[in-house]
Design a protein. Structure first.
Length: 433
């Protein structure tokens, strides 16, 4: 891939499901698109999930073809492992300064053969598996990564040279430096997605301290066919859990955290995971502690009822705190709001149903006005649901606020349609070739 400065019709920031869909819609209409992703592979959160509610289809089976379609689209240029440094208005469009982070692997030579990975002696926790699994310091990020290009983590590398020796393509390059480049675009589509509320945000729940209190993306990795262990276990001691609890609204609808909104997907992903655990561990007892169950989408209420019919226990109450007993079992203290009393129950594993928050720093270069929820503001949601305060910059997916995959795809197509109309309208002044 050449990093010569490029002129495109649209630049999409973020290669999750929303960014990929916007890029594909624009590319299919004949526009030249650049898709920029800060991670070594596109796919976003969706490629890490197990199955999707409410259909329980395999997530990888839906996401991988989209990733491949983006990579092979004649009108889409993919830039992975790149950071957006600054965005300026210029010549009726936008000038975007980016930097290609060093992979220490020449992407134009790497064949994705993984020989370097097999030779590397240093093992590090895998961010793709939320730190549960391990992978080598140099590796192809995951089996279905796009692009299939290795990346080396210099923080852990001991420079033993074994990877360089086995690489037949001579792709390993310890001297790579960050490479700045520029893209000029008539319009931008921001699809930078979300992060989970930090696991330790609510101190009284012990997240990040109690080893058997985990986040929901960890549970997705336990349940995924591509997961690190191929089964559900407790990170504390590797034991198979027989009693698993979910704590709802653990980072949403919470004024003490300044996160007052409902994150919309947590009820549904907790119910989904409970159903999947019932299949993986048929004898396990699964309890969901909740204040309200919100199943707003098409087919979602039926999904909730199915979980109840399968024997998932739903307890209405506010979890006050979680502590650990002598065997590392989380003990949950719950105020039963309808009965006016408090109980304590012991489980093997607790999943905090964390909320969705904006990706820290993702708006620094763009400097778009934010709403009171700190997601990118939409000044006229009923008239232009994907338009930001800056003309020609559109937003889609969870960068707008918490949403599920269906809504991410709908807003992605909506942002692409708005961007397409904007490009056509401003074609005369636009600077692209
Ligand atoms: C535990 C869990 C389970 C879920 N299960 C389901 C489910 O079963 N069904 C369902 O419908 N929904 C589910 N969801 C919701 C689903 O994950 C989101 O709807 C979806 O991932 C949103 O897609 P997105 O593209 O907007 O964001 P993301 O998936 O977050 O993708 C954003 C992408 O942008 C990149 N990025 C961020 N900042 C920058 C930057 N500055 N420059 C370049 N790139 C950047 C990120 O690296 C990422 O690749 C679940 C969510 C969670 C937390
Ligand atoms: S860097 Fe070399 S050995 Fe490693 S995957 Fe690429 S081509 Fe194969
Ligand atoms: S040089 Fe670094 S990345 Fe390569 S094999 Fe040695 S430790 Fe691994």
């Amino acid at each position: 891939m050449s990093l010569d400065n490029l002129h495109v019709d649209a630049l999409v920031v973020g290669g999750g499901i929303a960014g990929m869909q916007s890029a594909l819609d624009l590319g299919d209409q004949g526009f030249q698109v650049a898709l920029v992703e800060c991670e070594p592979s596109i796919g976003g959160k969706m490629i890490t999930l197990s199955k999707v509610f409410p259909t329980l289809d395999c997530c990888s089976c839906i996401t991988t073809p989209k990733m491949s379609a983006v990579a092979h689209h004649p009108n889409i240029k993919l830039f992975t492992y790149c950071d957006v440094q600054s965005v300026q208005e210029a010549d009726g469009g936008y000038r975007v300064n980016l930097v290609q982070k060093p992979r220490y692997v020449d992407a134009s030579k790497c064949t994705g053969c993984r020989e370097c990975e097999y030779a590397c002696p240093i093992t590090v926790p895998s961010p793709f598996d939320r730190g549960l699994g391990a992978y080598r310091t140099i590796r192809v990020p995951f089996s279905t990564a796009v692009p299939q290009v290795a990346v080396l983590d210099m923080d852990y590398c001991i420079l033993c040279g074994k990877c360089e020796k086995v690489c037949a393509a001579k792709a390993v390059d310890f001297n790579q430096q960050p490479e700045p480049f520029e893209i000029q675009a008539s319009t931008l589509v921001v699809a930078s997605g979300f992060e989970l509320t930090p696991l330790g945000a609510k101190k009284e729940y012990g997240g990040g301290k109690l080893r058997n209190v985990i986040d929901p993306l960890m549970m997705e990795r336990f349940l995924a066919p591509t997961g690190p262990y191929g089964r559900v276990l407790r990170p504390g001691d590797g034991k198979e859990p027989t009693s698993i609890a979910y704590v709802q609204c653990a980072g949403s609808r919470d004024t003490t955290l300044g996160i007052e909104y409902c994150s919309r997907v947590c009820c549904m992903y907790a119910i989904k995971q409970a159903m999947l655990i019932s299949g993986a561990l048929p004898l396990a007892e699964i309890t969901i502690y909740y204040m309200d169950i919100r199943t707003f989408g098409k087919g979602y209420e039926q999904f909730y009822q199915n979980a109840q019919a399968m024997g998932v226990e739903f307890i209405r109450g506010k979890v006050a705190s979680i502590r650990e007993d002598d065997d590392q079992n989380p003990v949950v203290k719950v105020e039963l709001t309808e009965e006016g009393r408090t109980i304590e129950r012991t489980h093997d594993l607790v999943v905090l149903s964390l909320g969705m928050v904006p990706v820290p720093g993702s708006n620094t270069a763009l400097n778009l006005p934010l709403g009171s929820d700190k997601f990118i503001a939409i000044p006229a949601p009923n008239a232009s649901p994907c338009a930001t305060a800056h003309p020609g910059i559109f937003v889609t997916g969870a960068a707008m606020g918490p949403m599920d995959i269906v809504d991410s795809i709908v807003t992605a197509s909506s942002a692409a349609a708005a961007a397409s109309a904007y490009i056509r309208e401003h074609k005369k002044e636009a600077v692209y070739a």
